[in-house]
Ligand binder design. Structure first.
Ligand code: FES
Length: 160
């Protein structure tokens, strides 16, 4: 993120310490994640302790402190989804992507995440891929969905 972009975000919120969350949201939106440089600059500018900013950034699921993949696969591992088969989903998708929850594939294509509840417990296991909800997901269905996302990207790339 350029100095100018970050400066513009800080200007938008009047350099107010109480706007820490909003500033971090805009940084996340602009950069796709919150880099160490960005969070340090934000803290210096707002006069907020670095530890406080990291506490906020780690608390909210919407924030990421590491670059995310082009596609985000979020698997619910809340109680309802867990008893309906989430462990089998993780076994399969981790093998398919070669990563564990919280990691991003080396090619930067996929980030795999785990959450505690997506608010659709009766429809579990629930998986969200790039913001689209999928219910009653089986390992086979998830594999197909991930392959579909990967293949769609390759087709777009082939046309370009
Ligand atoms: S536990 Fe998965 S949606 Fe609630």
């Amino acid at each position: 993120m350029t100095e100018q972009t970050l400066g513009a975000i800080l200007d938008t919120y009047g350099h107010e310490p109480r706007c820490l969350v909003e500033v971090l949201q805009d940084v996340q939106h602009a950069e796709g994640y919150i880099s160490e440089d960005a969070i340090t600059t934000v803290c210096e500018d707002l006069g907020v302790p670095l530890m406080e900013a990291y506490r906020v950034a780690r608390f909210y699921k919407a924030f990421s402190l590491a670059p995310r993949g082009k596609h985000v696969v979020t698997v619910c591992d809340g109680t309802a989804c867990h008893v309906r088969g989430t462990p089998r989903l993780f076994d399969d998708v981790c093998g398919q992507l070669g990563i564990v929850p919280g990691e991003t594939t080396d090619d930067g294509l996929f980030t795999l995440e785990s959450v505690n509840c997506l608010g659709a417990c009766a429809l579990g296991p629930v998986v969200v891929i790039d913001g689209v909800y999928h219910d009653r997901v089986t390992p086979g269905k998830l594999r197909t969905l991930v392959d579909g996302v990967r293949n769609a990207g390759e087709e777009v790339g082939a046309d370009a």
